[in-house]
Design a protein around this ligand. Sequence first.
Ligand SMILES: CC(=O)N[C@H]1[C@@H](OP(=O)(O)OP(=O)(O)OC[C@H]2O[C@@H](n3ccc(=O)[nH]c3=O)[C@H](O)[C@@H]2O)O[C@H](CO)[C@@H](O)[C@@H]1O[C@H](C)C(=O)N[C@@H](C)C(=O)N[C@H](CCC(=O)O)C(=O)O
Ligand SMILES: Nc1ncnc2c1ncn2[C@@H]1O[C@H](COP(=O)(O)OP(=O)(O)OP(=O)(O)O)[C@@H](O)[C@H]1O
Ligand SMILES: N[C@H](CCC[C@H](N)C(=O)O)C(=O)O
Ligand SMILES: [Mg+2]
Length: 493
Amino acid sequence: MKLQELLQVLPFYKIFHSSDPEILSLENDHRKVKKGSLFFCIEGTKTDGHRFAREAVDNGAAAVVAKRPLPLNVPIVVVNDTARAMAVMADAFYGQPSHSLRVIGITGTNGKTTVSHMIDQIFRSVRQKTGLIGTLYVKIAEDTYETKNTTPDCLTLQKHLHEMKKRNVAVVTMEVSSHALDQGRVRGIDFDVAVFTNLTQDHLDYHRTMDEYLRVKSLLFSQLGNHYNGKRKKFAILNKDDGAADLLARSTSAHVLTFGIKGDADVRAEAIRYSNRGMSYRVITPVGEETVEMKLIGEFNVYNSLAAIACGIACGLKLEEIVDGLRDFRSVPGRFELVDCGQPFPVIVDYAHTPDSLENVLKTIRSFAGGRIFVVVGCGGDRDPKKRPIMAQVACRYGTDPIFTSDNPRSEDPLKILADMEAGVRGLHYEIIPDRKEAIGRAISQASSGDVVLIAGKGHETYQIVGDRVFEFDDRLVAKQCIEDRLKKDRLA
Ligand SMILES: CC(=O)N[C@H]1[C@@H](OP(=O)(O)OP(=O)(O)OC[C@H]2O[C@@H](n3ccc(=O)[nH]c3=O)[C@H](O)[C@@H]2O)O[C@H](CO)[C@@H](O)[C@@H]1O[C@H](C)C(=O)N[C@@H](C)C(=O)N[C@H](CCC(=O)O)C(=O)O
Ligand SMILES: Nc1ncnc2c1ncn2[C@@H]1O[C@H](COP(=O)(O)OP(=O)(O)OP(=O)(O)O)[C@@H](O)[C@H]1O
Ligand SMILES: N[C@H](CCC[C@H](N)C(=O)O)C(=O)O
Ligand SMILES: [Mg+2]
Protein backbone atom coordinates (compact mmCIF):
# COMPACT_ATOMS: atom_id res chain seq x y z
CA MET A 1 0.00 0.00 0.00
CA LYS A 2 1.25 3.51 -0.81
CA LEU A 3 2.03 5.83 2.10
CA GLN A 4 -0.33 8.58 0.92
CA GLU A 5 -3.22 6.14 0.65
CA LEU A 6 -2.53 4.88 4.17
CA LEU A 7 -2.43 8.43 5.49
CA GLN A 8 -6.03 8.98 4.33
CA VAL A 9 -7.30 7.32 7.50
CA LEU A 10 -5.63 9.91 9.75
CA PRO A 11 -7.74 12.98 10.58
CA PHE A 12 -4.76 15.37 10.83
CA TYR A 13 -1.00 15.12 10.33
CA LYS A 14 1.96 17.06 9.03
CA ILE A 15 4.46 15.50 6.68
CA PHE A 16 8.11 16.44 6.22
CA HIS A 17 10.22 15.24 3.22
CA SER A 18 6.94 14.24 1.62
CA SER A 19 6.95 11.49 -1.02
CA ASP A 20 4.86 8.39 -1.63
CA PRO A 21 6.87 5.21 -1.04
CA GLU A 22 5.30 1.76 -1.14
CA ILE A 23 4.76 0.55 2.46
CA LEU A 24 5.48 -3.15 2.73
CA SER A 25 5.14 -3.65 6.47
CA LEU A 26 4.37 -1.79 9.71
CA GLU A 27 6.79 -1.98 12.65
CA ASN A 28 7.22 -0.39 16.08
CA ASP A 29 10.48 -2.13 16.97
CA HIS A 30 13.48 -0.95 14.98
CA ARG A 31 15.04 -4.41 15.25
CA LYS A 32 12.23 -5.82 13.10
CA VAL A 33 12.33 -3.10 10.45
CA LYS A 34 13.01 -4.25 6.88
CA LYS A 35 13.21 -2.47 3.55
CA GLY A 36 9.88 -0.69 2.97
CA SER A 37 8.68 -0.71 6.59
CA LEU A 38 6.75 2.17 8.09
CA PHE A 39 8.29 2.72 11.55
CA PHE A 40 6.14 4.05 14.41
CA CYS A 41 7.98 5.81 17.27
CA ILE A 42 6.15 4.77 20.43
CA GLU A 43 6.79 6.23 23.90
CA GLY A 44 6.81 3.14 26.10
CA THR A 45 7.16 2.38 29.78
CA LYS A 46 10.89 1.65 29.52
CA THR A 47 12.14 3.70 26.61
CA ASP A 48 11.07 6.01 23.79
CA GLY A 49 10.86 4.63 20.25
CA HIS A 50 11.94 8.05 18.86
CA ARG A 51 15.44 7.12 20.03
CA PHE A 52 15.53 4.31 17.46
CA ALA A 53 14.18 6.18 14.42
CA ARG A 54 17.61 6.71 12.87
CA GLU A 55 18.50 3.02 13.23
CA ALA A 56 15.09 2.12 11.78
CA VAL A 57 15.87 4.17 8.69
CA ASP A 58 19.33 2.57 8.49
CA ASN A 59 17.53 -0.79 8.55
CA GLY A 60 15.40 0.20 5.54
CA ALA A 61 12.38 2.09 6.91
CA ALA A 62 10.62 3.89 4.04
CA ALA A 63 8.90 6.40 6.34
CA VAL A 64 8.53 7.21 10.03
CA VAL A 65 5.54 8.25 12.17
CA ALA A 66 6.69 10.45 15.05
CA LYS A 67 5.55 13.14 17.47
CA ARG A 68 8.00 15.71 16.11
CA PRO A 69 9.99 16.34 12.92
CA LEU A 70 13.16 14.27 12.80
CA PRO A 71 16.31 15.06 10.77
CA LEU A 72 16.04 11.94 8.61
CA ASN A 73 15.93 11.53 4.83
CA VAL A 74 12.58 9.73 4.56
CA PRO A 75 9.01 11.07 4.91
CA ILE A 76 8.33 11.91 8.57
CA VAL A 77 4.64 11.90 9.43
CA VAL A 78 4.05 14.00 12.54
CA VAL A 79 0.99 13.30 14.71
CA ASN A 80 0.03 14.12 18.31
CA ASP A 81 -0.39 10.53 19.38
CA THR A 82 1.73 7.93 17.58
CA ALA A 83 0.14 4.95 19.39
CA ARG A 84 -3.35 6.02 18.28
CA ALA A 85 -2.19 6.64 14.71
CA MET A 86 -0.55 3.21 14.71
CA ALA A 87 -3.84 1.50 15.70
CA VAL A 88 -5.81 3.34 13.01
CA MET A 89 -3.24 2.74 10.27
CA ALA A 90 -2.77 -0.93 11.22
CA ASP A 91 -6.51 -1.50 10.89
CA ALA A 92 -6.44 0.03 7.40
CA PHE A 93 -3.19 -1.64 6.29
CA TYR A 94 -4.49 -5.11 7.15
CA GLY A 95 -7.90 -4.50 5.51
CA GLN A 96 -9.98 -4.12 8.70
CA PRO A 97 -10.07 -7.88 9.33
CA SER A 98 -12.04 -7.62 12.59
CA HIS A 99 -15.03 -6.22 10.67
CA SER A 100 -15.59 -9.45 8.80
CA LEU A 101 -14.67 -11.86 11.60
CA ARG A 102 -16.86 -12.55 14.62
CA VAL A 103 -14.60 -11.30 17.42
CA ILE A 104 -15.17 -12.18 21.07
CA GLY A 105 -13.06 -10.35 23.66
CA ILE A 106 -12.69 -11.59 27.22
CA THR A 107 -11.49 -9.49 30.10
CA GLY A 108 -11.34 -9.92 33.89
CA THR A 109 -8.70 -10.68 36.50
CA ASN A 110 -9.04 -14.47 36.43
CA GLY A 111 -10.49 -17.03 34.05
CA LYS A 112 -9.78 -15.37 30.68
CA THR A 113 -7.68 -18.22 29.29
CA THR A 114 -10.10 -20.85 30.59
CA VAL A 115 -13.25 -19.13 29.27
CA SER A 116 -11.64 -18.42 25.90
CA HIS A 117 -10.79 -22.11 25.49
CA MET A 118 -14.34 -23.10 26.45
CA ILE A 119 -15.82 -20.72 23.87
CA ASP A 120 -13.37 -21.95 21.26
CA GLN A 121 -14.35 -25.55 22.00
CA ILE A 122 -18.08 -24.72 21.69
CA PHE A 123 -17.58 -23.20 18.22
CA ARG A 124 -15.33 -26.03 17.11
CA SER A 125 -17.95 -28.55 18.16
CA VAL A 126 -20.41 -26.91 15.75
CA ARG A 127 -17.70 -27.14 13.07
CA GLN A 128 -16.82 -23.49 12.84
CA LYS A 129 -13.23 -22.60 11.98
CA THR A 130 -11.80 -20.73 14.95
CA GLY A 131 -8.95 -18.51 16.02
CA LEU A 132 -7.70 -18.06 19.58
CA ILE A 133 -5.44 -15.31 20.95
CA GLY A 134 -4.25 -15.40 24.55
CA THR A 135 -1.73 -16.23 27.23
CA LEU A 136 -0.83 -19.67 25.93
CA TYR A 137 -0.55 -19.07 22.21
CA VAL A 138 -2.15 -17.70 19.08
CA LYS A 139 -4.03 -20.51 17.40
CA ILE A 140 -5.39 -20.50 13.86
CA ALA A 141 -7.46 -23.64 13.28
CA GLU A 142 -4.97 -26.39 14.27
CA ASP A 143 -1.77 -24.31 14.04
CA THR A 144 -0.31 -22.65 17.11
CA TYR A 145 2.14 -19.75 17.24
CA GLU A 146 4.18 -18.47 20.18
CA THR A 147 3.18 -15.17 21.70
CA LYS A 148 4.94 -12.71 24.01
CA ASN A 149 1.91 -11.04 25.57
CA THR A 150 -1.57 -12.29 26.50
CA THR A 151 -2.91 -9.57 24.19
CA PRO A 152 -0.41 -8.70 21.43
CA ASP A 153 0.38 -5.10 20.39
CA CYS A 154 -1.96 -3.74 17.73
CA LEU A 155 0.38 -4.45 14.81
CA THR A 156 0.82 -8.11 15.73
CA LEU A 157 -2.86 -8.39 16.53
CA GLN A 158 -4.06 -7.01 13.21
CA LYS A 159 -1.56 -9.20 11.38
CA HIS A 160 -2.95 -12.31 13.10
CA LEU A 161 -6.53 -11.26 12.39
CA HIS A 162 -5.63 -10.65 8.75
CA GLU A 163 -4.15 -14.14 8.53
CA MET A 164 -7.23 -15.59 10.21
CA LYS A 165 -9.50 -13.88 7.72
CA LYS A 166 -7.35 -15.16 4.85
CA ARG A 167 -7.68 -18.67 6.21
CA ASN A 168 -11.48 -18.40 6.46
CA VAL A 169 -11.69 -18.37 10.22
CA ALA A 170 -15.24 -17.53 11.31
CA VAL A 171 -14.88 -16.85 15.04
CA VAL A 172 -11.95 -15.36 16.96
CA THR A 173 -11.85 -15.56 20.75
CA MET A 174 -9.26 -13.36 22.40
CA GLU A 175 -8.14 -12.48 25.89
CA VAL A 176 -8.01 -8.74 26.45
CA SER A 177 -5.72 -7.82 29.34
CA SER A 178 -6.00 -4.57 31.28
CA HIS A 179 -2.48 -3.61 30.12
CA ALA A 180 -3.64 -4.02 26.54
CA LEU A 181 -6.71 -1.85 27.09
CA ASP A 182 -4.65 0.83 28.77
CA GLN A 183 -2.00 0.83 26.04
CA GLY A 184 -4.54 0.82 23.20
CA ARG A 185 -3.42 -2.57 21.85
CA VAL A 186 -7.02 -3.41 20.84
CA ARG A 187 -7.98 0.01 19.48
CA GLY A 188 -9.69 -0.38 16.13
CA ILE A 189 -10.88 -3.94 16.83
CA ASP A 190 -14.58 -4.34 16.10
CA PHE A 191 -15.70 -6.68 18.89
CA ASP A 192 -19.05 -8.47 18.57
CA VAL A 193 -19.09 -9.77 22.12
CA ALA A 194 -17.22 -8.61 25.22
CA VAL A 195 -17.11 -10.91 28.25
CA PHE A 196 -16.31 -9.90 31.83
CA THR A 197 -15.25 -12.73 34.18
CA ASN A 198 -14.46 -10.96 37.47
CA LEU A 199 -12.43 -8.18 39.08
CA THR A 200 -10.19 -8.81 42.08
CA GLN A 201 -6.84 -7.48 43.20
CA ASP A 202 -3.94 -7.67 40.77
CA HIS A 203 -1.69 -5.37 38.75
CA LEU A 204 -1.83 -2.48 41.22
CA ASP A 205 1.83 -1.84 40.38
CA TYR A 206 0.53 -0.69 37.00
CA HIS A 207 -3.00 0.64 37.58
CA ARG A 208 -2.36 2.00 41.12
CA THR A 209 -5.98 1.69 42.38
CA MET A 210 -8.82 -0.78 41.93
CA ASP A 211 -10.98 2.06 40.58
CA GLU A 212 -8.47 2.79 37.86
CA TYR A 213 -8.13 -0.97 37.12
CA LEU A 214 -11.93 -1.11 36.70
CA ARG A 215 -12.01 2.02 34.55
CA VAL A 216 -9.49 0.46 32.20
CA LYS A 217 -11.50 -2.78 32.04
CA SER A 218 -14.59 -0.75 31.14
CA LEU A 219 -12.88 0.43 27.94
CA LEU A 220 -13.60 -2.93 26.33
CA PHE A 221 -17.32 -2.42 26.95
CA SER A 222 -17.43 1.16 25.71
CA GLN A 223 -15.43 0.09 22.65
CA LEU A 224 -18.13 -2.50 21.84
CA GLY A 225 -20.30 0.30 20.47
CA ASN A 226 -23.95 -0.08 19.64
CA HIS A 227 -26.24 -3.08 20.01
CA TYR A 228 -26.12 -3.88 16.27
CA ASN A 229 -23.31 -3.62 13.76
CA GLY A 230 -25.41 -3.98 10.60
CA LYS A 231 -24.90 -7.74 10.51
CA ARG A 232 -25.08 -9.00 14.07
CA LYS A 233 -26.35 -8.11 17.53
CA LYS A 234 -23.60 -7.01 19.88
CA PHE A 235 -23.47 -8.22 23.46
CA ALA A 236 -21.75 -7.46 26.75
CA ILE A 237 -21.68 -10.64 28.86
CA LEU A 238 -21.29 -9.76 32.53
CA ASN A 239 -20.76 -11.69 35.75
CA LYS A 240 -23.70 -10.42 37.79
CA ASP A 241 -22.25 -11.74 41.06
CA ASP A 242 -19.30 -9.37 40.75
CA GLY A 243 -19.75 -5.83 42.03
CA ALA A 244 -18.14 -4.38 38.90
CA ALA A 245 -20.90 -5.61 36.57
CA ASP A 246 -23.11 -2.55 37.16
CA LEU A 247 -20.51 -0.05 36.00
CA LEU A 248 -19.65 -2.20 33.00
CA ALA A 249 -23.33 -2.43 32.01
CA ARG A 250 -23.48 1.36 32.17
CA SER A 251 -20.35 1.60 30.00
CA THR A 252 -21.89 -0.02 26.94
CA SER A 253 -24.74 0.60 24.54
CA ALA A 254 -24.67 -3.03 23.40
CA HIS A 255 -27.15 -5.66 24.65
CA VAL A 256 -26.34 -6.98 28.11
CA LEU A 257 -26.58 -10.65 29.09
CA THR A 258 -25.67 -11.48 32.68
CA PHE A 259 -24.56 -14.77 34.22
CA GLY A 260 -24.18 -15.91 37.81
CA ILE A 261 -25.23 -18.32 40.50
CA LYS A 262 -26.30 -16.10 43.38
CA GLY A 263 -29.25 -14.10 42.08
CA ASP A 264 -31.46 -13.64 39.09
CA ALA A 265 -28.84 -13.50 36.32
CA ASP A 266 -30.11 -14.10 32.77
CA VAL A 267 -27.96 -17.23 32.50
CA ARG A 268 -27.72 -18.97 35.85
CA ALA A 269 -26.77 -22.28 37.37
CA GLU A 270 -29.04 -24.15 39.74
CA ALA A 271 -28.70 -27.52 41.49
CA ILE A 272 -24.91 -27.51 41.21
CA ARG A 273 -23.34 -30.86 42.14
CA TYR A 274 -19.67 -31.69 42.39
CA SER A 275 -18.14 -35.16 42.35
CA ASN A 276 -14.50 -36.16 42.34
CA ARG A 277 -14.68 -36.54 38.56
CA GLY A 278 -16.52 -33.38 37.60
CA MET A 279 -19.60 -31.30 38.10
CA SER A 280 -23.14 -30.89 36.83
CA TYR A 281 -25.79 -28.19 37.07
CA ARG A 282 -29.02 -27.05 35.52
CA VAL A 283 -28.52 -23.94 33.41
CA ILE A 284 -31.51 -21.58 33.15
CA THR A 285 -31.35 -19.17 30.23
CA PRO A 286 -33.64 -16.87 28.17
CA VAL A 287 -33.65 -19.55 25.45
CA GLY A 288 -34.40 -22.60 27.61
CA GLU A 289 -32.88 -24.93 30.20
CA GLU A 290 -30.41 -27.79 29.96
CA THR A 291 -28.27 -29.97 32.21
CA VAL A 292 -24.58 -29.16 31.99
CA GLU A 293 -22.03 -31.88 32.71
CA MET A 294 -18.34 -31.12 32.77
CA LYS A 295 -15.13 -32.85 33.72
CA LEU A 296 -13.84 -29.81 35.62
CA ILE A 297 -14.25 -29.07 39.31
CA GLY A 298 -14.51 -25.90 41.39
CA GLU A 299 -17.17 -23.22 41.69
CA PHE A 300 -14.99 -20.87 39.63
CA ASN A 301 -15.40 -23.26 36.72
CA VAL A 302 -19.19 -23.03 37.06
CA TYR A 303 -18.72 -19.29 36.50
CA ASN A 304 -16.32 -19.87 33.61
CA SER A 305 -18.71 -22.25 31.88
CA LEU A 306 -21.70 -19.92 32.43
CA ALA A 307 -19.72 -17.13 30.75
CA ALA A 308 -19.02 -19.43 27.80
CA ILE A 309 -22.67 -20.56 27.59
CA ALA A 310 -23.88 -16.94 27.67
CA CYS A 311 -21.45 -16.13 24.87
CA GLY A 312 -22.74 -19.05 22.79
CA ILE A 313 -26.32 -17.81 23.28
CA ALA A 314 -25.32 -14.26 22.31
CA CYS A 315 -23.86 -15.66 19.09
CA GLY A 316 -27.11 -17.43 18.27
CA LEU A 317 -26.05 -21.03 18.93
CA LYS A 318 -28.63 -23.51 20.20
CA LEU A 319 -28.41 -24.19 23.92
CA GLU A 320 -28.27 -27.93 23.28
CA GLU A 321 -25.26 -27.50 20.96
CA ILE A 322 -23.49 -25.29 23.50
CA VAL A 323 -23.94 -27.76 26.33
CA ASP A 324 -22.85 -30.64 24.08
CA GLY A 325 -19.74 -28.72 23.11
CA LEU A 326 -18.75 -28.21 26.74
CA ARG A 327 -19.21 -31.86 27.72
CA ASP A 328 -15.81 -32.91 26.43
CA PHE A 329 -13.94 -29.83 27.58
CA ARG A 330 -10.71 -30.83 29.30
CA SER A 331 -8.77 -28.42 31.46
CA VAL A 332 -6.34 -25.96 29.90
CA PRO A 333 -2.58 -26.70 30.27
CA GLY A 334 -1.31 -25.55 33.67
CA ARG A 335 -4.80 -24.99 35.09
CA PHE A 336 -5.53 -27.56 37.81
CA GLU A 337 -3.24 -29.95 35.92
CA LEU A 338 -2.61 -33.24 37.69
CA VAL A 339 0.91 -34.66 37.67
CA ASP A 340 0.31 -38.37 38.07
CA CYS A 341 3.20 -40.82 38.25
CA GLY A 342 1.30 -43.33 40.36
CA GLN A 343 2.01 -41.62 43.70
CA PRO A 344 -0.70 -42.06 46.38
CA PHE A 345 -1.56 -38.32 46.63
CA PRO A 346 -2.61 -35.78 43.98
CA VAL A 347 -0.04 -33.23 42.83
CA ILE A 348 -1.72 -30.25 41.15
CA VAL A 349 0.00 -27.55 39.09
CA ASP A 350 -2.13 -24.42 38.80
CA TYR A 351 -1.64 -20.91 37.39
CA ALA A 352 -3.17 -19.18 40.44
CA HIS A 353 -1.05 -16.04 40.80
CA THR A 354 -3.57 -13.71 42.43
CA PRO A 355 -5.13 -13.82 45.92
CA ASP A 356 -8.57 -14.63 44.53
CA SER A 357 -7.48 -17.43 42.21
CA LEU A 358 -5.35 -19.00 44.95
CA GLU A 359 -8.31 -18.87 47.33
CA ASN A 360 -10.62 -20.42 44.74
CA VAL A 361 -8.28 -23.25 43.96
CA LEU A 362 -7.53 -23.97 47.62
CA LYS A 363 -11.23 -23.94 48.55
CA THR A 364 -11.81 -26.47 45.80
CA ILE A 365 -8.95 -28.62 47.07
CA ARG A 366 -10.31 -28.45 50.62
CA SER A 367 -13.65 -29.76 49.39
CA PHE A 368 -12.06 -33.13 48.61
CA ALA A 369 -8.76 -33.34 50.53
CA GLY A 370 -8.72 -35.72 53.47
CA GLY A 371 -5.30 -34.87 54.88
CA ARG A 372 -2.61 -32.20 54.71
CA ILE A 373 -2.57 -29.58 51.97
CA PHE A 374 0.92 -28.54 50.86
CA VAL A 375 0.96 -25.21 49.04
CA VAL A 376 4.11 -24.30 47.14
CA VAL A 377 3.72 -20.69 46.09
CA GLY A 378 5.66 -17.51 45.34
CA CYS A 379 4.95 -14.12 43.81
CA GLY A 380 6.33 -12.61 40.61
CA GLY A 381 8.91 -9.84 40.71
CA ASP A 382 8.18 -6.49 38.97
CA ARG A 383 4.50 -7.18 39.59
CA ASP A 384 1.96 -5.91 42.16
CA PRO A 385 3.80 -6.08 45.53
CA LYS A 386 0.52 -5.50 47.38
CA LYS A 387 -0.77 -8.94 46.47
CA ARG A 388 2.20 -10.70 48.14
CA PRO A 389 1.15 -10.61 51.84
CA ILE A 390 -2.43 -11.46 50.85
CA MET A 391 -1.39 -14.49 48.81
CA ALA A 392 0.68 -15.67 51.78
CA GLN A 393 -2.36 -15.25 54.07
CA VAL A 394 -4.54 -17.23 51.69
CA ALA A 395 -1.96 -20.03 51.55
CA CYS A 396 -1.84 -20.17 55.38
CA ARG A 397 -5.62 -19.97 55.77
CA TYR A 398 -6.50 -22.78 53.38
CA GLY A 399 -3.32 -24.88 53.33
CA THR A 400 -1.90 -26.86 56.23
CA ASP A 401 1.72 -26.73 55.01
CA PRO A 402 2.51 -23.57 53.06
CA ILE A 403 5.96 -23.39 51.50
CA PHE A 404 6.86 -19.94 50.18
CA THR A 405 9.30 -19.93 47.30
CA SER A 406 10.31 -17.96 44.20
CA ASP A 407 8.06 -17.43 41.17
CA ASN A 408 9.69 -15.28 38.47
CA PRO A 409 11.78 -12.83 40.54
CA ARG A 410 12.70 -10.82 37.42
CA SER A 411 14.72 -7.74 38.45
CA GLU A 412 13.82 -8.05 42.16
CA ASP A 413 15.70 -9.75 44.99
CA PRO A 414 13.88 -13.08 45.62
CA LEU A 415 14.44 -12.70 49.38
CA LYS A 416 12.77 -9.27 49.34
CA ILE A 417 9.71 -10.75 47.59
CA LEU A 418 9.59 -13.51 50.22
CA ALA A 419 9.89 -10.91 52.99
CA ASP A 420 6.88 -9.08 51.48
CA MET A 421 4.93 -12.35 51.61
CA GLU A 422 6.01 -13.06 55.20
CA ALA A 423 4.80 -9.62 56.31
CA GLY A 424 1.23 -10.92 55.92
CA VAL A 425 1.62 -14.07 58.02
CA ARG A 426 3.80 -13.32 61.02
CA GLY A 427 3.33 -15.85 63.78
CA LEU A 428 1.70 -18.41 61.49
CA HIS A 429 3.10 -21.76 60.41
CA TYR A 430 4.98 -21.82 57.06
CA GLU A 431 8.35 -22.65 55.53
CA ILE A 432 10.54 -20.51 53.29
CA ILE A 433 12.55 -22.29 50.59
CA PRO A 434 13.70 -19.73 47.97
CA ASP A 435 14.81 -22.37 45.44
CA ARG A 436 11.60 -23.45 43.66
CA LYS A 437 12.86 -26.91 42.77
CA GLU A 438 13.84 -27.58 46.38
CA ALA A 439 10.46 -26.27 47.58
CA ILE A 440 8.57 -28.60 45.25
CA GLY A 441 10.83 -31.48 46.33
CA ARG A 442 10.18 -30.71 50.00
CA ALA A 443 6.38 -30.82 49.58
CA ILE A 444 6.47 -34.02 47.56
CA SER A 445 8.87 -35.76 49.93
CA GLN A 446 6.59 -35.09 52.90
CA ALA A 447 3.16 -35.83 51.43
CA SER A 448 1.43 -39.14 51.98
CA SER A 449 -1.84 -40.84 51.05
CA GLY A 450 -4.84 -38.53 51.55
CA ASP A 451 -2.72 -35.38 51.27
CA VAL A 452 -2.69 -32.94 48.33
CA VAL A 453 0.23 -30.95 46.92
CA LEU A 454 -0.61 -27.69 45.12
CA ILE A 455 2.15 -25.99 43.13
CA ALA A 456 0.75 -22.57 42.33
CA GLY A 457 1.63 -19.53 40.22
CA LYS A 458 3.43 -20.71 37.10
CA GLY A 459 1.03 -23.22 35.53
CA HIS A 460 1.98 -23.72 31.88
CA GLU A 461 5.17 -21.63 32.06
CA THR A 462 8.26 -23.49 30.93
CA TYR A 463 10.76 -20.97 32.24
CA GLN A 464 11.84 -19.02 35.29
CA ILE A 465 12.95 -15.40 34.89
CA VAL A 466 15.73 -14.43 37.28
CA GLY A 467 17.22 -11.00 36.63
CA ASP A 468 17.54 -10.74 32.86
CA ARG A 469 18.07 -14.45 32.42
CA VAL A 470 15.46 -16.97 31.40
CA PHE A 471 16.08 -20.51 32.68
CA GLU A 472 14.19 -23.63 31.65
CA PHE A 473 11.76 -24.46 34.41
CA ASP A 474 8.49 -26.36 34.18
CA ASP A 475 6.63 -27.05 37.45
CA ARG A 476 5.10 -30.16 35.88
CA LEU A 477 8.45 -31.67 34.86
CA VAL A 478 10.11 -30.73 38.14
CA ALA A 479 7.19 -32.26 40.07
CA LYS A 480 7.38 -35.42 37.95
CA GLN A 481 11.10 -35.77 38.69
CA CYS A 482 10.54 -35.21 42.42
CA ILE A 483 7.73 -37.78 42.50
CA GLU A 484 9.87 -40.36 40.69
CA ASP A 485 12.76 -39.74 43.11
CA ARG A 486 10.36 -40.10 46.00
CA LEU A 487 8.85 -43.35 44.66
CA LYS A 488 12.35 -44.77 44.08
CA LYS A 489 13.36 -43.91 47.62
CA ASP A 490 10.16 -45.46 49.02
CA ARG A 491 10.82 -48.68 47.07
CA LEU A 492 14.35 -48.91 48.45
CA ALA A 493 13.25 -48.23 52.02
C1 LIG B 1 4.79 -2.91 30.88
C2 LIG B 1 4.22 -3.31 29.55
O1 LIG B 1 3.06 -3.63 29.46
N1 LIG B 1 5.06 -3.30 28.52
C3 LIG B 1 4.55 -3.61 27.17
C4 LIG B 1 4.85 -2.43 26.24
O2 LIG B 1 6.23 -2.25 26.19
P1 LIG B 1 6.82 -0.85 26.59
O3 LIG B 1 5.79 0.20 26.41
O4 LIG B 1 7.44 -0.98 27.91
O5 LIG B 1 7.96 -0.67 25.46
P2 LIG B 1 9.40 -0.07 25.67
O6 LIG B 1 10.34 -1.18 25.95
O7 LIG B 1 9.37 1.11 26.58
O8 LIG B 1 9.71 0.43 24.17
C5 LIG B 1 9.05 1.57 23.59
C6 LIG B 1 9.05 1.40 22.09
O9 LIG B 1 10.41 1.38 21.63
C7 LIG B 1 10.60 0.28 20.78
N2 LIG B 1 11.98 -0.15 20.89
C8 LIG B 1 12.50 -0.51 22.08
C9 LIG B 1 13.80 -0.95 22.18
C10 LIG B 1 14.59 -1.01 21.01
O10 LIG B 1 15.77 -1.41 21.01
N3 LIG B 1 14.04 -0.64 19.83
C11 LIG B 1 12.76 -0.23 19.73
O11 LIG B 1 12.30 0.08 18.63
C12 LIG B 1 9.63 -0.76 21.28
O12 LIG B 1 9.31 -1.73 20.30
C13 LIG B 1 8.43 0.11 21.63
O13 LIG B 1 7.63 0.34 20.51
O14 LIG B 1 4.41 -2.73 24.93
C14 LIG B 1 4.99 -3.92 24.38
C15 LIG B 1 4.34 -4.10 22.99
O15 LIG B 1 2.96 -4.09 23.10
C16 LIG B 1 4.69 -5.14 25.24
O16 LIG B 1 5.29 -6.30 24.70
C17 LIG B 1 5.21 -4.88 26.66
O17 LIG B 1 4.82 -5.97 27.45
C18 LIG B 1 5.82 -6.44 28.38
C19 LIG B 1 6.72 -7.49 27.69
C20 LIG B 1 5.13 -7.08 29.59
O18 LIG B 1 5.72 -7.83 30.33
N4 LIG B 1 3.87 -6.77 29.78
C21 LIG B 1 3.00 -7.38 30.80
C22 LIG B 1 2.94 -6.56 32.08
C23 LIG B 1 1.63 -7.46 30.17
O19 LIG B 1 1.33 -6.70 29.25
N5 LIG B 1 0.84 -8.42 30.60
C24 LIG B 1 -0.50 -8.60 30.06
C25 LIG B 1 -1.20 -9.76 30.78
C26 LIG B 1 -1.41 -9.49 32.24
C27 LIG B 1 -2.48 -10.41 32.81
O20 LIG B 1 -3.53 -10.60 32.19
O21 LIG B 1 -2.28 -10.93 33.93
C28 LIG B 1 -0.39 -9.01 28.59
O22 LIG B 1 -1.32 -8.68 27.81
O23 LIG B 1 0.57 -9.70 28.24
N1 LIG C 1 -13.44 -17.57 37.18
C1 LIG C 1 -12.40 -17.65 37.99
N2 LIG C 1 -12.39 -17.00 39.18
C2 LIG C 1 -11.33 -17.07 40.01
N3 LIG C 1 -10.22 -17.79 39.75
C3 LIG C 1 -10.18 -18.46 38.58
C4 LIG C 1 -11.26 -18.43 37.65
N4 LIG C 1 -10.92 -19.19 36.59
C5 LIG C 1 -9.69 -19.65 36.82
N5 LIG C 1 -9.24 -19.24 38.02
C6 LIG C 1 -7.93 -19.45 38.66
O1 LIG C 1 -7.07 -18.51 38.01
C7 LIG C 1 -5.97 -19.19 37.38
C8 LIG C 1 -5.71 -18.56 36.03
O2 LIG C 1 -6.81 -18.87 35.19
P1 LIG C 1 -6.79 -18.39 33.68
O3 LIG C 1 -5.48 -18.69 33.11
O4 LIG C 1 -8.01 -18.93 33.01
O5 LIG C 1 -6.96 -16.81 33.95
P2 LIG C 1 -6.44 -15.57 33.11
O6 LIG C 1 -7.42 -14.49 33.42
O7 LIG C 1 -6.27 -15.93 31.70
O8 LIG C 1 -5.02 -15.25 33.75
P3 LIG C 1 -3.87 -14.24 33.11
O9 LIG C 1 -4.38 -12.87 33.38
O10 LIG C 1 -2.64 -14.48 33.84
O11 LIG C 1 -3.76 -14.56 31.66
C9 LIG C 1 -6.40 -20.65 37.28
O12 LIG C 1 -5.27 -21.47 37.32
C10 LIG C 1 -7.28 -20.80 38.49
O13 LIG C 1 -6.49 -20.99 39.63
N1 LIG D 1 0.01 -12.31 33.11
C1 LIG D 1 0.54 -12.31 34.44
C2 LIG D 1 1.20 -13.61 34.67
C3 LIG D 1 1.84 -13.77 36.04
C4 LIG D 1 2.45 -15.12 36.19
C5 LIG D 1 3.38 -15.27 37.35
N2 LIG D 1 4.07 -16.52 37.22
C6 LIG D 1 4.37 -14.11 37.42
O1 LIG D 1 5.39 -14.21 36.75
O2 LIG D 1 4.12 -13.14 38.15
C7 LIG D 1 1.51 -11.13 34.61
O3 LIG D 1 2.30 -10.89 33.69
O4 LIG D 1 1.42 -10.46 35.60
MG1 LIG E 1 -4.71 -15.67 30.45
